[in-house]
Design a protein around this ligand. Structure first.
Ligand SMILES: Nc1ncnc2c1ncn2[C@@H]1O[C@H](COP(=O)(O)OP(=O)(O)OP(=O)(O)O)[C@@H](O)[C@H]1O
Length: 292
């Protein structure tokens, strides 16, 4: 059986004048997979997503989304996508329920409006005007609009920004249930715990380039996951990375400040992005040197 891809991106580039925002990015997403695109502000995540959604032209590269070039996708193609953009656009003078019922009519096989309202936890606000909602509640409306059409592929650009911790956990449950139904998802987030909770694979973009890509529990390579043992010896903080922290701890006994730290996805991500920043700075120096 061949793997079916819902997204295929090959050597994607996007320039704004002399500035290259996306610089040769390659990745794919398999059907049913949740792929997390991670990277610092300005890395090129939204630009990439907007190209895949058909909202932005690309400078070069090959892109296929549900078998179609997004630059040429028609309404049938659009109806298979669910899109939650980064900026919250919903400030309307209609109620939550009216807005969802209105958008449901654009799709051939929409989800039930009540079901979606319940899924995003807006039952008590369904008759409230959208402009009277809080920021986090409006974001839930954005998410509801993204899933009302029962999309095959859902784009979530920083979906939980502004959510309180409980709402974020409810949202994770919602995403898990969509995933269980077979929805493929492309997620960008600055919450690394969210990526670790929801993602099957992740790509880390920095400065428009993919600096690493792989299964969530393999990003950064095996060495990045080696635990660190820290303790205080003669008033000095010591630390050692070891694959056998238990043996080291047994040898140390019970020194002050003893802790075993397993690097989180966030630690690994920060290291990757830090290294990419240093590499870019080094390249800039060479280019400046060459120009002299
Ligand atoms: N219309 C535009 N014209 C010129 N430059 C742009 C335009 N849109 C984006 N950029 C630049 O492209 C780069 C990538 O932006 P993009 O929005 O894709 O980043 P991002 O990874 O989504 O960041 P964030 O995490 O802040 O959302 C940024 O340096 C941005 O300033």
């Amino acid at each position: 059986m061949t793997t079916e891809y819902v997204v295929q991106v090959e050597d994607l580039r996007k320039s704004y004048g002399a500035f290259t925002a996306v610089d040769g990015v390659t990745f794919d997403i398999r059907r049913g997979e949740t792929f997390a695109l991670l990277g610092p502000n300005g890395a090129g995540k939204s630009t990439t997503i907007e190209i895949l959604e058909g909202y932005r032209d690309r400078t070069s590269g090959e892109v296929s989304v549900l078998g179609t070039d997004p630059g040429r996708g028609g309404l049938d193609w659009k109806a298979k996508l669910g899109i939650v953009l980064q900026s919250t656009g919903e400030s309307g003078n209609v109620t939550v329920r009216e807005q969802l019922a209105h958008f449901a009519r654009f799709y051939p096989n929409p989800r039930d409006v009540d079901e979606v309202i319940a899924a995003v936890g807006l039952e008590e606000k369904q008759k409230t005007l959208i402009r009277k909602l809080s920021g986090g509640q409006r974001r839930r409306v954005d998410v509801a609009l993204g899933i009302i059409g029962r999309p095959e592929l859902l784009f979530l650009d920083e979906p939980t920004t502004g959510f309180d911790p409980e709402a974020r956990r409810q949202f994770w449950e919602l995403i898990r249930s969509l995933k269980a139904e077979g929805t493929s998802i492309l997620l960008t987030t600055h919450y690394l715990d969210e990526a670790a909770q929801l993602g099957d694979r992740a790509g880390v973009i920095a400065g428009g380039r993919m600096v690493d890509i792989g299964a969530i529990d393999e990003i950064g390579g095996a060495d990045a996951r080696i635990p660190v043992v820290r303790w205080i010896e003669n008033g000095v903080l010591r630390e050692e990375r070891t694959t056998t922290p238990g043996a080291l701890v047994a040898r140390l006994g019970e020194p002050d400040g003893l802790e075993v730290v397993r690097p989180s996805l966030e630690d690994i991500y920060l290291e990757l992005v830090g290294e990419a920043g240093l590499a870019a700075a080094a390249t800039d120096t060479v280019i400046e040197g060459a120009a002299l």
